[in-house]
Write a protein that binds this ligand. Structure first.
Ligand code: FES
Length: 109
């Protein structure tokens, strides 16, 4: 039997990516198992715990109860994308020393 795959173009952490998950996969499954973004956790997997929360056009959304196909045309930000943005804002907004920003960038690995 041929799996029912969907080719989706998503915007994740500011980058356009193309994925081909099974049609029934959630956004959380695509983030974790196709894109390797494991910061969003698979906790209860039914919308109760919030461990899978992402920003969806800037608003909190539970990725375990969001089909991946529903993310097409929206901006998704995971904790990985949020931490990059926070470091960038900290370095530019506080007029900190270059050493501070370099250390923060290095710790992001
Ligand atoms: S994994 Fe618990 S709300 Fe999504």
């Amino acid at each position: 039997m041929v799996p029912d795959l969907s080719v989706l173009r998503l915007n994740i952490n500011g980058a356009d990516v193309t994925v081909a998950p099974p049609a029934h996969w959630t956004l959380l499954e695509v983030l974790r198992y196709q894109l390797g973004l494991t910061g969003s956790k698979q906790g209860c997997d039914k919308g109760d715990c919030g461990a899978c929360t992402v920003l969806f056009d800037g608003k909190a959304r539970l990725s375990c109860i969001t089909l991946a196909v529903d993310a097409v045309g929206h901006r998704v930000t995971t904790i990985e994308g949020w931490s990059r943005r926070t470091v960038s804002m900290t370095c530019s907004a506080r007029s900190t020393t270059a050493a501070h920003c370099n250390a923060a960038s290095a710790s992001r690995g």
